[in-house]
Design a protein around this ligand. Structure first.
Ligand SMILES: Nc1nc2c(ncn2[C@@H]2O[C@H](COP(=O)(O)OP(=O)(O)OP(=O)(O)O)[C@@H](O)[C@H]2O)c(=O)[nH]1
Ligand SMILES: [Mg+2]
Length: 337
């Protein structure tokens, strides 16, 4: 899981003051009270934004304030409420209130769905004008209230990034090489099995504003569900991924069987994983003789039980076809969103 932090401060807007006023008209020497109430201060509100996946913007802007309410006026005019201020967070953001020393006090928001919304700091209430205090025993109240201050909160914002696409495959297939060429992530790459021991997450940039998150996990072997190799516990990291990329080494024999083995292992972890949108990434095409690629791909295709799955031949090492793979994955994710 890729974790991103930010510390921000949010201030609700101040409530507008209530007004003390008495009606003044030519023929009414002692007009009744007509001071209006102040408007409420604006709130600072967190919204989900599924199109962003970092908290980087909060390294630049760290202070957000709701608009102040306007004061009430004579003739029973209410003050206008302050504007609410909306700030956007990626899905997977958890927001904690912290004290001056930075210790967490409580969790105040968990942004996990695109419709999630949470008030981070409430604006202060507008003060009441003197007209409100009129009663049978007091026809000419002079009392009015000042607007209240808005809430001020110091917040710690933590993003637990959920990957959109997960790489699954046998050890040595080139998963870590792939993610290190597609993103800024740099997991260890080596020519022995089980190089990757920890899941790793990278943000894959598709263009200037669009990106998706990819997860690299340890290799899986036959019997992993019985604890062979590194087991299958780490499949929890790809459990919520929208797309699974089965990465296979094109130079290996019986890729159709290998694909089935991978699916069986995934199914023993969770049945529905094998129905997830997926692609086969045939890696290391730089190792097969030039001109033989189509023949290799055809053999794999013919032997596969699943005729609908798309196969994308690439070379993670040389970068061949990686752009195509990137766009293909992005389009699937976008379609599912
Ligand atoms: N020739 C060639 N070698 C590659 C390619 N991709 C990866 N390799 C090599 O294959 C070996 C394994 O690569 P990794 O990226 O560590 O493989 P992995 O799937 O992450 O392996 P595990 O972490 O053990 O599951 C390394 O020696 C890589 O340099 C490729 O496209 N072409
Ligand atoms: Mg690896």
């Amino acid at each position: 899981m890729f974790i991103d932090y930010a510390k921000i401060r949010v201030d609700g807007g101040r409530g507008g003051n209530g007004c003390r006023s008495f009606r003044r008209e030519k023929h009414v020497p002692h007009g009744g009270p007509d001071g209006g109430c102040g408007g409420d201060g604006g709130d600072v509100i967190a919204l989900a934004d599924p199109d962003i996946n970092t908290l980087i913007r909060y390294n630049y802007k760290k202070h957000f304030e709701g608009g102040d309410g306007k004061a009430g006026q004579g003739s029973n005019k209410y003050g206008k409420s302050g504007d609410d201020v909306f700030i956007k967070f990626p899905l997977g953001t958890v927001i904690y209130e912290i004290d001056e020393a930075g210790n967490r006090i409580q969790k105040i928001a968990d942004i996990s769905d695109e419709n999630d919304k949470a008030v981070l700091a409430k604006g202060g209430k507008g003060g009441r004008g003197n007209a409100v205090f009129t009663s049978t025993t007091n026809q000419a109240p002079t009392r009015f209230e000042k607007g209240e201050k808005g809430e001020v909160k110091h917040l710690e914002v933590v993003l637990k990034l959920m990957a959109d696409a997960g790489l699954v495959g046998f050890p040595n297939a080139g998963k870590s090489t792939l993610i290190s060429h597609l993103s800024a992530a740099h997991p260890k790459v080596a020519s022995y099995q089980f190089t990757t021991l920890q899941p790793c997450i990278g943000v894959v940039r598709v263009d200037e504003i669009h990106s998706f998150v990819m997860a690299d996990i340890p290799g899986i072997i036959e019997g992993a569900h019985n604890g062979k190799g590194l087991g299958i516990q780490f499949l929890k990291h790809i459990e919520r991924n929208k797309v699974l990329l089965y990465v296979m080494d094109i130079t290996q024999p019986q890729l159709d069987e290998k694909f089935q083995t991978l699916k069986n292992e995934l199914a023993s972890y969770k049945k529905s994983l094998v129905n997830r949108e997926s692609l086969i990434v045939l890696n290391k095409i730089d190792l097969i003789p030039k001109g033989d690629l189509d023949k290799y791909v055809k053999v794999v295709k013919e032997n596969l039980q699943d005729k609908n799955i798309k196969i994308i031949p690439v070379s993670a090492a040389t970068g061949k076809n990686l752009d195509k793979l990137k766009y293909e994955v992005y389009h699937i994710i976008k379609k599912l969103k």
